[in-house]
Design a protein. Structure first.
Length: 129
């Protein structure tokens, strides 16, 4: 689970209204251990979740088209490369070649109509390092 966020570290990602329920994800750039990486945030059952855009099976970006991560039923996050399926609320693998893996979660909150991300020790913003 991501570390508890410090409000002073919040980085605004988007207005809450930009993330539709089980819709297209917001993509954003981060640095994981100093290496560039994409991340995404999406709304699932009224809650915003965020993960690194990297499959647990093979370290590749997962979206079918930019920001499209969910299957046709909008039930699971699916890797477009090998079909690994993840439970959107937890990032836990539920089918396919990802085994017991899970997506790397990022700490996000939603307050006053704004979605914010909280960097961790290992996953930092691209700017202001």
């Amino acid at each position: 689970m991501p570390e508890a966020p410090d409000a002073a570290d919040a980085i605004a990602l988007c207005a809450s209204a930009e993330l539709e329920e089980r819709g297209k994800a917001l993509l954003f750039d981060v640095l994981e251990y100093g290496r560039p990486m994409r991340a995404f945030a999406l709304r699932i059952d009224g809650v915003v979740v965020a993960y690194l855009n990297r499959c647990a099976h093979v370290p590749v970006e997962m979206d079918w088209n930019p920001g499209d991560f969910l299957d046709a039923d909008r039930a699971f996050i699916v890797c477009s490369i090998h079909g690994a399926q993840y439970e959107p609320a937890s990032g836990r693998c539920v089918g396919g070649p990802c085994g017991r893996g899970r997506l790397t979660a990022l700490s996000v909150t939603e307050r006053d109509g704004q979605v914010s991300w909280y960097p961790s020790r290992d996953i930092r913003p691209v700017f202001g390092n």
